[in-house]
Design a protein around this ligand. Structure first.
Ligand code: ATP
Ligand code: MG
Length: 198
């Protein structure tokens, strides 16, 4: 795991990881001069319990494959190895302990940032990490919410890509080419993921 220097933390269900996630992490790393970005696939997202996610190991493997070629990127098993629901605050506490000499930047898309004030122990989250909100097509950055006071906004080239749309495309036998890295696309077909409509 990287240490020293400012470090980005990119949480998500990554079901599957796609080019929107990769571009967001890369742009924020460039703009805020981060030395690394750690992707943290969620174990059991507490806000998404209605839909079944792909197996944690598959989401982890796809995240590793997608990020393998970028020396700034790494993937943490912290949340998928922790039993019970995934809370960002627990993850940030563990990362802050391991990476004591680094400042943490928690990276979210505009949609996630707009809801972050409802997250479990939100006040502590903003004490442990700087929040970074990246632009996302169809979602306004929350300029008028209290979170705006402490967050840094980063405008990135808009990619109207979502994991939901990717899963729907696969179930409908439509192409996902260029929406995910080629190796992730191959992994999805090889392991027959997302074949059933939700
Ligand atoms: P789902 O449709 O299943 O919710 P998603 O595409 O939103 O999937 P998540 O794993 O929920 O992906 O998102 C992880 C993080 O990445 C969130 O902070 C989200 O806002 C951000 N993100 C996802 N897609 C994009 C995108 N196209 N542009 C910018 N940020 C994005
Ligand atoms: Mg999402």
């Amino acid at each position: 795991m990287p240490s020293g220097g400012p470090i980005g933390v990119m949480g998500g269900s990554f079901d599957p990881i796609h080019v929107g996630h990769l571009l967001a992490a890369s742009e924020v790393a460039d703009r805020l001069e981060l030395s690394a970005v750690i992707f943290v696939p969620a174990g059991q997202p507490w806000q998404k319990s209605r839909r079944e996610l792909a197996a944690a190991e598959d989401r982890y493997a796809m995240t590793v494959i997608a990020t393998a070629g970028d020396p700034r990127f790494s993937v943490s098993r912290l949340e998928i190895d922790r039993p019970g629901p995934s809370y960002t605050i627990d993850t940030l506490h563990m990362l802050a302990e391991t990476l004591a000499s680094s400042t943490l930047y928690f990276i979210t898309g505009a949609d996630a940032l707009a809801g972050i004030e409802t997250w479990y122990r939100y006040e502590e989250i903003v004490e442990l990490a700087h929040l970074v909100g990246v632009s996302r097509p169809g979602h306004a950055l929350p300029n008028d919410q209290p979170v705006a006071a402490s967050a840094t906004f980063v405008d990135i080239p808009g990619l109207a890509v979502s994991a939901t749309d990717i899963r729907e495309r696969i179930a409908a036998h439509r192409s996902i080419r260029y929406l995910v890295p080629t190796a992730v696309e191959s992994y999805i077909y090889k392991h027959e993921l997302y074949r059933e409509a939700e």
